[in-house]
Design a protein around this ligand. Structure first.
Ligand code: ZN
Length: 444
């Protein structure tokens, strides 16, 4: 290459190991150690926000110094480098936390008693509707900075606390603003069918029609979402209602996702596979037929082990059966104020190992390459490959298995999204505990 070539260059050398991820593009069905892509003695070079070189340290050093204006040379001091993590299922745009629900569950109340006491998802809906787009963006921004500080450089965010035309559009416009304001990659999902709002309880058909006839055409026309998701669960939206909404969404050009078989089996996973959805998520109560359907499809099985732990459930999704059958398994936080107030994807990797019997290499692929597939990023994210956006994390550990081991402990030392620093002086936080804004709004 010409010594004069090159824009803004960063280089990372002195790593103890680099885990580049699976060699071939696309998802991995039965991740093995080879798919971690572990290399030693190599560094990573970044130019104009993209990965430009992954090569032995001395070559990366030469490449860096050949730049007209080399920017930053990071000595990783024996640390591990991986691609940034990808969180393919969050509800990160919300108002206040649901502290009382948490306390009630500890006293033995089920979700019906909690809802009857004014809690549950509809309390988040009432709270969300009372807030402005500006306020919601201001609340979400430090939460995204927290996620980045924990190693997540791409994530999906769903609407679904608005449940009216106006409030769902407010949610998606807020998500669009966030995606412009932060360096991490944000993908938007329309989840108007998250729940039937209180004012439609006696006429659910009318709410399904509102989603199909008013919300979806507007969301599609304004280009506000990549995906449409439905909460397909007994007592929420049944398979027929879910299918009607998803088929309509596909007709508007949206890709599909399904909250499927979370607590009770309903055929949600089968529906997701049949419609060619990008993912079927939760799957705590998936049937054997559902496992087979996902294994035979390109639909990712997105597991959310933190949700079931936080809800106090002892059962997890049958991750081993899904993996052994050949399904594409991914992991996510489900970050939301009701059932999973955690933005920590490495914590979910640890829970996936300890609670759902994944091997550490399976958890790593599930939170990187397969998670990128679950939100159809298709741009190389989830891997350290030349040409991909430079989303990478330098971790305060040496072994990739440690990411799924030190559970709950922040491990990221440096985080870059498209070559922009998210920790240590750039956008975001100087450390995981230093959010400039409180995570929760004032209590009313
Ligand atoms: Zn969810």
């Amino acid at each position: 290459m010409s010594p004069e070539a090159g824009g803004r260059r960063l280089a990372f050398v002195g790593a103890g190991a680099v885990a580049t991820g699976p060699a071939a593009p696309g998802p991995v069905r039965r991740p093995a150690w080879d798919d971690v892509g572990l290399r030693t003695g190599v560094g990573v070079g970044v130019e104009d926000g993209r990965i430009a070189i992954v090569a032995p340290d001395d070559e990366v050093g030469e490449w860096f110094h050949a730049a007209r204006s080399p920017d930053t040379l990071v000595d990783c001091g024996g640390r591990l480098i991986t691609a940034g993590l990808v969180d393919p299922h969050t509800h990160a745009l919300f108002g206040r936390p649901r502290l009382e629900d948490h306390a009630r569950r500890a006293r033995g109340d089920d979700y019906k008693l909690i809802a009857a006491a004014g809690g549950g998802i509809l309390s988040s809906v009432a709270d969300f509707r009372s807030r402005s787009e500006d306020n919601l963006v201001a609340l979400a921004r430090p939460r995204l900075a927290m996620m980045a500080a924990l190693g997540t450089t791409a994530l999906e965010i769903k609407s679904g606390y608005g449940l009216s035309v106006e409030d769902e559009l407010k949610a998606l416009r807020a998500i669009a603003r966030l995606s412009r304001e932060v360096p991490v990659r944000v993908v938007a999902t329309f989840l108007g069918a998250h729940e039937v709002p209180a004012e439609y309880r006696a006429r659910r058909d009318a709410y399904v029609r509102l989603v199909i006839e008013e919300m979806l055409p507007t969301v599609a026309r304004e280009g506000l979402a990549t995906f449409c998701d439905v909460f397909c669960e007994p007592g929420v939206f049944d398979v027929d209602e879910s299918e009607a909404i998803l088929v309509s969404a596909a007709g508007h050009g949206l890709s599909l996702k399904v909250h499927a078989d979370e607590l009770d089996p309903s055929g949600g996973a089968e529906l997701a596979a049949r419609l060619g959805a990008a993912s079927a998520d939760h799957l705590g109560a998936i049937s054997a037929a559902g496992v087979e359907a996902l294994a035979a499809s390109e639909t990712a099985a997105v597991l959310l082990p933190g949700t079931l732990v936080f809800l106090g459930r002892t059962r997890q999704a049958p991750a081993r059966a899904l993996l052994d059958a050949g399904a594409i398994v991914a992991l996510a936080t489900d970050f939301n104020p009701g059932s999973s107030p955690s933005a920590n994807l490495p914590l979910m990797m640890a829970l996936a190992v300890s609670q759902a019997h994944l091997q550490p290499e399976e958890a790593f692929v599930a939170a990187t390459a397969n998670a990128a597939h679950a939100i159809r990023l298709g741009d190389g994210r989830g891997r350290l490959v030349v040409g991909a956006p430079a989303d990478l994390v330098v971790w305060n550990c040496r072994d990739v298995r440690e990411l799924a081991y030190w559970y709950g402990i922040p491990l990221a030392w440096r985080v870059y999204a498209s070559g922009s620093p998210c920790l240590g002086g750039g956008w975001g936080l100087s450390s995981p505990g230093s959010a400039g804004t409180l995570l929760s709004p004032p209590m009313s």
